[in-house]
Design a protein around this ligand. Structure first.
Ligand code: BV8
Length: 231
């Protein structure tokens, strides 16, 4: 039976495609306070600013491409079952060819009713305008999980991590919960690897590849091919 690889990704894997991370120098949260653009209260207070924040990111997403780390993880599906659990709202894993992607924090290419969360619409890379309503007459909003909002996919993800034969964590500061708590659910004796050029929150007994995503994922896949991943 093929090994089941679970990969938890964050903004760092998309950094090498040109998308800003959140907490690095020059990151998104340096330019905007979370409380002005990524909470329900922010949307109620200033919907134009919030819609503009996501419209800018969505239109940038259209101009960038998946990088070799995204592509290598997609290729891995030829030999393994690979589940990507991503905190990212970009579509780069899908565009690279990954077929099992769980978006914990939503998707930039989707909009939803600001009243009925299960009315979700594919919008691609186009903007959401103020005054644009769902079929039930309420304002459309980004299909993104804001701070203080429930993470509907966390239970699905929490069922998958304990089943992992290998856990790979790429490009996340592990500062946001409940997503970050997933790493604690990995089975005993399962090899865990962190790929990140920066200092990250301690992941117990993880092997760390202190490199960027593209170089680090290539190195990790080399270790996998040599069966050189130990817990
Ligand atoms: C909730 C979508 C409750 C928006 C995002 C304890 C338990 C539960 C909740 C909390 C808790 N403590 C605090 C909370 C509240 C809060 C939280 O965690 N706050 C933090 C700041 C302390 N959590 C929430 O509000 C969550 N909801 O708890 O709801 C509830 C329950 C029931 C009913 C109602 C309510 C919801 C959180 C989701 C927020 N939305 N994103 C958007 O994208 O605009 S979070 C956002 O930041 C991302 O999605 C991501 O998840 C998160 C972290 O970002 P990272 O991806 O890690 O990026 P970061 O910049 O931080 O790090 C980048 C990393 O990459 C770095 O390590 C860097 O070194 C590395 N890197 C850089 N370059 C490279 C690289 N790596 C590789 N290669 C490179 N080249």
């Amino acid at each position: 039976m093929k090994d089941h690889i679970v990969v938890l990704t964050g903004a760092g894997i998309s950094a090498e495609s040109g998308l800003s991370t959140f907490r690095d120098n020059g990151g998104l949260w340096e330019k905007h306070s979370v409380y002005d653009v990524a909470t329900p209260a922010a949307f109620a207070r200033n919907p134009e600013l919030v819609l503009r924040f996501y419209n800018e990111r969505r239109s940038q997403l259209k101009t960038v491409q998946p990088n070799s780390a995204h592509r290598a993880l997609a290729t891995l599906e030829q030999s393994h079952r690979v589940t990507i659990i991503t905190q990212n709202v970009d579509d780069l894993h899908e565009r690279a060819g990954s077929s099992e992607v769980i978006h914990l924090h939503g998707e930039l290419t989707k909009a939803r009713s600001s009243k009925w969360a299960d009315h979700i619409y594919d919008i691609g890379y186009r903007p959401i305008e103020l005054g644009e309503h769902c079929e039930f007459g309420t304002q459309l909003r980004p299909h993104v999980v804001w701070f203080g909002e429930e993470v509907p996919m966390i239970e699905v993800a929490a069922d998958i991590v304990p089943a992992a034969d290998l856990l790979l964590i790429v490009g996340t500061s592990l500062q946001v919960y409940p997503a970050a708590g997933l790493v604690d659910l990995v089975g005993a004796g399962v090899p865990v690897t962190v790929i990140d050029p920066g200092e990250t929150a301690g992941v117990s007994r993880a092997h760390v590849i202190r490199k960027g995503a593209c170089e680090g994922v290539a190195e990790w896949i080399g270790c996998l091919a040599r069966n050189d991943l130990t817990d």
